[in-house]
Design a binder for this molecule. Structure first.
Ligand code: SF4
Length: 476
C-alpha cells in the first residue's frame, strides 16, 4: 500500500507529495507494508541503540495506532505490527517527530528520497560495541560515519533495502553468521589496528570459513574504512547487472581482483588483493550467550544485562518497563541485538541482580539454558498470508517439550524472514501444525531434510535425539 494515500495534508512532516515511494516488499518507516494482522512499520535503530525516551514513544504509538505488538528484528531494529488502517500517517509523523528515520537534515518533502535513505541504513555492529572488554576498536563512530555516508549520496538510494554492511570490532558478543554484502573486521597488527574486509559473506572464524566465499581480501587503516566502503558501493553500482541486488550476484560475473581494481579509482590509497590475508581468521571466538544475563563491560564495576523476549516480541507495557529500568539503573538507553534480544548497558554491578530479576519478571529469557532463548519463529499464519502454520504458537508448544540449548528456527514458508542465517535446525511449515525438519549441513538453504510432515510433538522427540545422540531413552 502506498503511504501517500494515508498522509494527511495537514501533517507537518509529511506533506502530500506527488511522488510515489519506491516499491519494495520490505517495510520501512515511511513504507508501511500490509500483513494479515495489519500494517508493519520498521524502525531502523542506528547501531541497534534506542533511548528510553524514544522507546516510550514507540510504546505509546504502537498502542494508539496499532495493536501494541513490537517486534525485535534480526538486524537489531524494531517494527510496530498491526498498524490500523487510516492511522499510518499519524504513526509515521509521531515517529519522525521523535527523531526516527533518515538524517534530520534530509528533506522529508521528498518522500521517495527519504524512503530510499531509510532503506539503506543497514550497518550492523556488536550490541556491546564500545563496552566489550575484548573489543579492539570502538566501532560506534565508524557506524555513524557509514550511516551518514549511505544517506548522503543520492546514488546509494539505488541499493536494495537488503544490502547491508557489518563492522566487527573484535567483541566477544558478536553475531558473525549473518552474511553481509561488505564486512569489515578489526585485527591487531604490529603497529596498530587494521580493518580487514571481505565481500558477500562473514568474517571467518575458522580455517574452513577463511576459504569459503571471498575470505578477507584487503586491510585498511580505521581512518580509511569509510572511503573503502564508499569505493565498494560505487563499484557495485558501476559493475552489477541491472537486476543484481546483492554483492554475491555481482561476484558471479566479476572477480575480486576486478572489483578491487575498479574500486581503486575511488580511493587515494593503494587497493589490491592482499594474498597474505588468504587464511585470515578472527582471533577472538564470539560467544552469543553473552547476550543473556549480566556480563562485565570494559569499565570495571559496570555490566550489561540482557534478555530475550519470547519469539522476539514485546508488548508496549514491557517496552515501557524496559525503558524505565534503563533510566533508573542504566544509562537511559537500550541496545537491541541481531538475536532479537535486548541489552541494558552500564548497570552498576551491585544493581545487576535486581535488573536481571526485573527482566525475568517481564517475561524475558535471561538464561541460556531456557529453550525460549534458542527459538525463533516468523510471523506465521496469524500474521502473514504466506504462512502455512501458526509458527509462533507452535514454537511455544515446542519450547515446553524441549530441553535447552537446541537452536531451532520455525518458518511459515521458505522465505525465512526470521533468520538471516541457517539455523542448526529448521522446522519448515507444510500445513497447520505440520512441519518438515531440516538439519544444517553443507546443503544450501536450510540444509538436509531429516523428517517430513511431523507434528510438534514428533519434532520435539526428533530434535532431542538429534541434538543429544548419546543420550539413552532412560536419560530422557
Ligand atoms: S517466512 Fe513466510 S510465512 Fe513467515 S513471515 Fe516470512 S513470508 Fe510470512
Amino acid at each position: 500500500m502506498s503511504v501517500l494515500k494515508q498522509v494527511s495534508p495537514s501533517s507537518p512532516v509529511l506533506p502530500d507529495a506527488a511522488c510515489a515511494l519506491r516499491p519494495s516488499a520490505c517495510p520501512g518507516l515511511l513504507r508501511i507494508v500490509a500483513a494479515r494482522d495489519g500494517g508493519i512499520c520498521r524502525i531502523k535503530l542506528p547501531g541497534g541503540e534506542l533511548s528510553a525516551a524514544q522507546a516510550a514513544v514507540i510504546a505509546d504509538v504502537s498502542e494508539r495506532h496499532a495493536t501494541g505488538v513490537i517486534e525485535l528484528t534480526n538486524r537489531a531494529n524494531l517494527q510496530v505490527r498491526g498498524v490500523r488502517g487510516g492511522h499510518e500517517a499519524a504513526l509515521i509523523a509521531a515517529l519522525v517527530d521523535a527523531g526516527f528515520g533518515p538524517m534530520a537534515s534530509m528533506s522529508m518533502s521528498n518522500l521517495q528520497l527519504a524512503s530510499a535513505a531509510d532503506d539503506v541504513r543497514n550497518v550492523m555492529i556488536s550490541p556491546a560495541a564500545g563496552r566489550d572488554p575484548f573489543a579492539l576498536f570502538d566501532t560506534r563512530p565508524l557506524c555513524a560515519e557509514l550511516l551518514a555516508l549511505l544517506q548522503s549520496d543520492a546514488r546509494f538510494a539505488a541499493l536494495s533495502p537488503k544490502f547491508a554492511l557489518l563492522v566487527d570490532g573484535g567483541e566477544r558478543l558478536a553475531r558473525l553468521d549473518h552474511p553481509h554484502d561488505v564486512w569489515l573486521a578489526a585485527t591487531q597488527s604490529g603497529d596498530g589496528v587494521r580493518f580487514v574486509s571481505g565481500l558477500a559473506g562473514c568474517p571467518p572464524v575458522s580455517a574452513t570459513m577463511a576459504n569459503a566465499n571471498t575470505g578477507a581480501v584487503a586491510a585498511v587503516l580505521p581512518s580509511q574504512v569509510t572511503a573503502l566502503v564508499r569505493a565498494l558501493l560505487h563499484t557495485f553500482l558501476d559493475l552489477a547487472a541491472a537486476d543484481a541486488t546483492r554483492m554475491r550476484h555481482m561476484l558471479t560475473i566479476h572477480s575480486i581482483d576486478a572489483v578491487l581494481q575498479h574500486a581503486q579509482r575511488y580511493v587515494d590509497f593503494p587497493l589490491s588483493r592482499d594474498t597474505s590475508l588468504a587464511n585470515w581468521q578472527r582471533a577472538t571466538p564470539a560467544d552469543a550467550a553473552l547476550r543473556l544475563g549480566a556480563h562485565a563491560q570494559r569499565v570495571v564495576g559496570r555490566l550489561h544485562v540482557g534478555g530475550q523476549p519470547p519469539l522476539g516480541r514485546v508488548d508496549a507495557a514491557t517496552l515501557r518497563s524496559l525503558a524505565t529500568l534503563s533510566q533508573q539503573q542504566g544509562n537511559g538507553t537500550l541496545r537491541f541485538t541481531p538475536w532479537q534480544s535486548v541489552l541494558l548497558p552500564d548497570i552498576a554491578a551491585h544493581a545487576a541482580p535486581a535488573v536481571l530479576a526485573e527482566m525475568v519478571a517481564l517475561g524475558l529469557a535471561c538464561d541460556p539454558a531456557q529453550p525460549l532463548a534458542h527459538l525463533i519463529a516468523c510471523a506465521g499464519s496469524t500474521g502473514c498470508v504466506k504462512g502455512l502454520a501458526d509458527t509462533k504458537a507452535d514454537a511455544l508448544l515446542l519450547a515446553e517439550r524441549l530441553a535447552g540449548g537446541v537452536e531451532i528456527h520455525l518458518s511459515g514458508c521458505p522465505r525465512s524472514c526470521a533468520a538471516a542465517h541457517c539455523a542448526p535446525y529448521t522446522l519448515l511449515a507444510a500445513a497447520p501444525g505440520i512441519y518438515d525438519l531440516y538439519r544444517r549441513d553443507s546443503q544450501p538453504d536450510f540444509g538436509s531434510c531429516v523428517a517430513r510432515h511431523v507434528t510438534i510433538e514428533q519434532a520435539a522427540d526428533l530434535l532431542d535425539s538429534l541434538a543429544h545422540p548419546a543420550r539413552s531413552p532412560s536419560d530422557a
